[in-house]
Design a protein around this ligand. Structure first.
Ligand code: PAF
Length: 281
């Protein structure tokens, strides 16, 4: 496995592969790798000749300085993990390497980034689009792998590659969960014991929403979930939305859409977690 820090170096290595028509599978990450990332890397290994994984905690997608500072980082442990799977190249640039000058770039995602994560983390998706388009340009992968846990991010990445004619196939990958149902996330590493125990409320709420969707109107279902968070002393709900899977528009009636996903964001203590579950499609 090669670990490369410079853009010119990775491009020199990859240029031979671009010419040979080697298919490159790319897994962009911010490190603090867990089994969710490993499943993306495994999928990339099955479907491509060469696997590239990037590890870069992207400062421009954080709207909160403290969140950026406390984001878990452990490059040595990440590299040890990657040694054990089929990962051919790790791209681990510095912030100066990725952003040598002022960072600009405005992306227009219509209404897709006006709700949920976009509404609560202003500028977040613009920052994601800046780094992902830059990484795509550096690596020029045939396929790129993203987890369904970040459902809104995935929808926005689809829109990004469509609007900018980026020749890459986006491959969505199933959310990997802990035994109790908590979605795997790098942020889980920051949870204390009590927060970890309570954090399962996100998944429990989503499952409850799926079961009750056959019986309760949308508004009542939302109230029920909000109520269950009010009873929990550790968890604080930021949003629970039921949205159309393609437009991400919140629905008021089940009949408004044929493909519906429930999305949730909540704090376990100070740690912000997100999750989602398809209600029907
Ligand atoms: O999902 C993530 O880990 C990040 O948003 C990504 C796609 C690696 C961009 O920094």
């Amino acid at each position: 496995m090669q670990v490369i820090e410079k853009i010119s170096d990775i491009q020199a290595v990859l240029s031979g592969h671009w010419n040979n028509k080697t298919s490159i599978g790319f897994v962009p990450t911010m490190g603090a790798l867990h089994n969710g990332h490993l499943s993306l890397i495994k999928n990339a290994g099955k479907e491509n000749d060469l696997v590239v994984c990037s590890i870069f905690v992207n400062p421009v997608q954080f709207n909160n300085k403290e969140d950026f500072k406390s984001y878990p980082r452990d490059i040595q442990s990440d590299l040890n993990i990657l040694e054990k799977v089929k990962c051919d190249i790790v791209f681990h640039p510095s912030a100066e390497e990725m952003y040598p000058g002022p960072v600009d770039g405005r992306f227009d995602f219509g209404d897709l980034d006006k709700v949920m994560e976009g509404a609560h983390r202003p500028g977040h998706f613009n920052g994601v689009a800046i780094v992902v388009s830059k990484l795509f340009d550096i690596v020029k992968p045939a396929r790129a792998y993203f987890g369904l846990k970040d459902f809104q991010q995935l929808v926005i990445i689809y829109r990004l590659v469509k609007d900018h004619n980026i020749p890459v196939e986006i491959v969505p990958c199933t959310t990997v969960r802990e035994e109790d149902g908590l979605a795997m996330s790098s942020r889980n590493k920051l949870l204390g014991k009590t927060e970890r125990r309570h954090a399962v409320l996100l998944y429990k709420s989503l499952k409850m929403a799926k079961v009750q969707s056959g019986y309760l109107p949308v508004a009542q279902l939302k109230k029920m979930i909000e109520e269950s968070f009010r009873h929990d002393k550790v968890m604080k709900l930021e949003y629970f939305e039921i949205v159309d899977m393609l437009t991400l528009k919140p629905i008021k009636l089940w009949s408004e859409s044929k493909q519906v996903v429930a999305c949730i964001a909540a704090y376990a203590g100070n740690i912000r977690l997100i999750d989602n579950l398809v209600i029907f499609s």
